[in-house]
Design a protein around this ligand. Structure first.
Ligand code: GDP
Length: 528
């Protein structure tokens, strides 16, 4: 087997999806601990704070206790290379999160045992559904009193519409938590508060029939467990790898992230069964991860990661082949070769210069605005990866300058921030307005802050009567021309030059659609 195939097969690239406070950060820390990436728990949070302290506009995220930036963490585990792509935590930063989810091969859903399925989890799950992303589930905070585990699985099945296959099962909960049983291996792992912090520190019994187990957890707890297991086995589904890979079934684990309990069982199962990079669709053909030639797409742009250098980093997910430091790659949109010098990889806890990277890995490419979200890189072939969406914004503002002489800077700033996906930017056909669109209201605050901080522009955002936007498409040039003439008042172009219908009301949109049946009104646009 070729080097490229072998390396691709041992990659596991995933993201954690959860409602804020369910324990994503804590679980991330523990996973990194197993990878030997960090010695001390708490490093993820503290790294976050150091970074916010050094970068100016990130002061905003610190102020609001939110994370605007996503990062990439890579660690080796059990002969595998795990890539964990962090998703921004705050509900308002939807678009960014959606795009991160296009760059992963699977996801891990974290649920708070006391709260069950929450609103943000439902939204993220809908996004995973678009690509049938395989999902594992970790039910967290077992050291606290929570809901009945069987009820929780019922809720996941009915609310999220995915079948549950419990892999571990809790023995008690809260103060009565004794451990978990592994339903596949039969092993029992004891919970010993404070002792599970490092890896091999759990006491393990080979099965629930081991006589020593009764002595350890007591006869009543054991009897209760036996009854419950009978119930569970009757009511739940056995693990089915194919159904999991098809996104139809989720293996479920129970544990406590903060106590590092149940986490290793999850990680072991994850590296064994979660998918390695899968073939990906492009405008031309499907690209297999085992192909020799490098391909990849940009799913995220981040400005000013290093405040000393006011540049941007484009995050590229590699889909095939091998990246080597300093190589040239073909930037399909511009038709030019770009030298990928000083690319970053994200091994361990520090960013470092990449030597090589393979399908499933993410590299960071420094640039000054030549690279946009959705861009494809190859070794010369003209193809573009599909499925990296822009979502129709639901919130709109008109940008107005305090100092009218700064119009050029404002236009430049808005164009660049929209390339990064921080906002969407529309220019009406019939006016000189600059309209901003966003999916979440905090996006406007970030844009205002960054315009001032990075472009020296003091802009005010005023309300406008726009309810929603739709990208407009029509195969028939003449009909499109007619449509454009009749609806010019409500039409604009976005930053990429695509035609967009800005509807003052939902009713107006409906009427426009009825009057022009030959025109398509799209709620998402693929990055061109
Ligand atoms: P995030 O918002 O999803 O990243 O959540 P965090 O990891 O920041 O956790 C939110 C809060 O829950 C923090 O105060 C954590 O210490 C706490 N937490 C995380 N895991 C556990 C757990 O297993 N048990 C308990 N009791 N608290 C936890």
């Amino acid at each position: 087997m070729s080097d490229v195939s072998q390396e691709a097969l041992r990659r596991r690239t995933f993201a954690i999806i959860s409602h804020p406070d369910a324990g994503k950060t804590t679980l991330t820390e523990k996973l990194l601990l197993f990878g030997g990436a960090i010695q001390m728990a708490g490093s993820v949070k503290s790294r976050k704070t150091t970074r916010s302290a050094t970068s100016d506009w990130m002061a905003l995220e610190k102020e609001r206790g939110i994370s605007v930036t996503s990062s990439v963490m890579q660690f080796p585990y059990d002969d595998h290379i795990v890539n964990l792509l962090d998703t921004p935590g705050h509900a308002d930063f939807g678009e960014d999160t959606y795009r991160v989810l296009t760059a992963v091969d699977s996801a891990l859903m974290v649920i708070d045992v006391a709260k069950g399925v929450e609103e943000r989890t439902i939204k993220l799950m809908e996004v995973c559904r678009l690509r049938d992303t395989p999902i594992m589930t970790f039910i967290n905070k077992l050291d606290r009193e929570g809901r009945d585990p069987i009820d929780l699985l019922d809720e996941v099945e009915s609310v999220l519409g995915i079948q549950c296959a419990p892999i571990t099962w809790p023995i008690g909960m809260g103060k009565r938590l004794k451990g978990v049983v592994h339903l596949v291996s039969g092993e029992v792992h004891l919970y010993e508060q404070g002792r599970n912090f490092t890896r091999q520190d759990s006491t393990i019994f080979p099965s629930i029939d081991d006589p020593a187990l009764e002595a350890a957890i007591g006869a009543p707890a054991l009897a209760e467990l036996r009854d419950e297991l009978e119930l569970v086995q009757g009511a739940s589904h056995p693990f089915d790898l194919e159904r999991y890979l098809a996104g139809e079934q989720t293996p479920v684990f129970f544990g406590s992230a903060v106590n590092n309990f149940g986490v290793q069982l999850l990680l072991d199962f994850f590296v064994r069964h979660a998918p390695s990079p899968r073939p990906r669709a492009t405008t031309g053909r499907e690209v297999a991860p085992t192909e020799d030639k490098l391909t990849g797409f940009v799913f995220k742009i981040q400005a000013n990661m290093d405040p000393q250098h006011r540049d941007r980093v484009a995050f590229m997910r590699i889909c095939s082949g091998k990246f080597t430091a300093g190589m040239k790659a073909f930037h399909v949109r511009s038709g030019k070769d770009l030298k990928l010098a000083n690319a970053l990889t994200f091994m361990a806890s520090d960013r470092e210069i990449a030597e090589s990277a393979y399908s499933g890995d993410v590299i960071g490419i420094h640039n000054h605005g030549t690279i946009s979200i959705g861009d494809t890189f190859t070794e010369g072939e003209k193809l573009s990866f599909t499925g990296i969406p822009n979502f129709a914004p639901e919130l709109f503002r008109r940008a107005r300058l305090r100092d009218p002489l700064k119009l050029k800077q404002l236009q430049k700033g808005l164009a660049q921030l929209s390339e990064e996906g921080a906002t969407q930017f529309f220019r009406p056909l019939m006016s000189n307005d600059l309209i901003l669109g966003a999916v979440g209201v905090l996006q406007f605050d970030v844009v205002a802050y960054r315009l001032k901080d990075e472009y020296g522009v003091d802009a005010i955002f005023e309300p406008v009567t726009i309810a929603t936007a739709r990208w407009v498409r029509c195969g028939n040039e003449k009909k499109l021309e007619e449509f454009r003439d009749k609806n010019a008042m409500n039409l604009a172009v976005d930053a990429a030059g695509q035609l967009v219908y800005l509807a003052p009301t939902r009713v107006n949109l409906q009427l426009a659609q009825e009057r022009a049946p030959e025109v398509e009104f799209l709620a998402t646009r693929e990055h061109a």
